[in-house]
Design a protein around this ligand. Sequence first.
Ligand code: F6R
Length: 241
Amino acid sequence: MDIRIFETSEELDLYAAEIFRKLINEKPNAVLGLATGSTPVGIYAKMVEDYKNNKVSFSGVTTYNLDEYVGLTPDNDQSYAYYMNQNLFSHVDIPAIQTNLPDGMAEDPQEECRRYEAMINEHPADIQLLGLGHNGHIAFNEPDEHLSAGTHVVKLKEETLEANARFFASIDEVPKEAYTMGIGSILKANTILLVVRGSDKANIVKEALTGPITTKVPASLLQTHPRVTVLLDREAGRMLG
Ligand code: F6R
């Protein structure tokens, strides 16, 4: 594992964007596995900057996102499709047809899982970007006795529904399920780029990277992957070494 700790979030963003830029310039038809959440926002902003400064083109790139809510349309501002358009896709030259997320509106969720997993199998990511949840989750793979290998539907926990309720008109509108890549889908990527920021995640960073491999800390499974790069800000890395 290649672990790098940065003094500032901006330095981390620049470094991460450079990884993507170099990969795409070397391999214009690269496959990128992407994430949502607060962690990648600054990285996507730097990637957009690189595109605007003619340092990179996304015209040949294909992307696969980790997850999406069941039942949300791409124009719902809480959907991950909306997030990706806002933060990256609409600002660069990637054709919409080359961007992939599980289809929140699919009629048959099980069939949608099979379709998505088959695409990942056919086009494994050159690099998979990941954030880390406070409890060690990656994508929507929450700590449990068992984890699923492939793309599957998860029921969101009551606390997640309550936390998300503030973004919706009423709690009934909050999605109760989500599609997520499984741990196996994630580990198929050629390289993994795990990014974590903030002192509130320092403990889980240490557990995930240096603790035992356990389904109780889904991110600990990343220790089994041969090419993982971890980018941390000073606060997230403060419990290491
Ligand atoms: C996002 C995702 C989640 C987040 C994680 C961290 O697509 O799959 O696992 O990466 O919850 O979220 P933030 O970055 O908001 O702290």
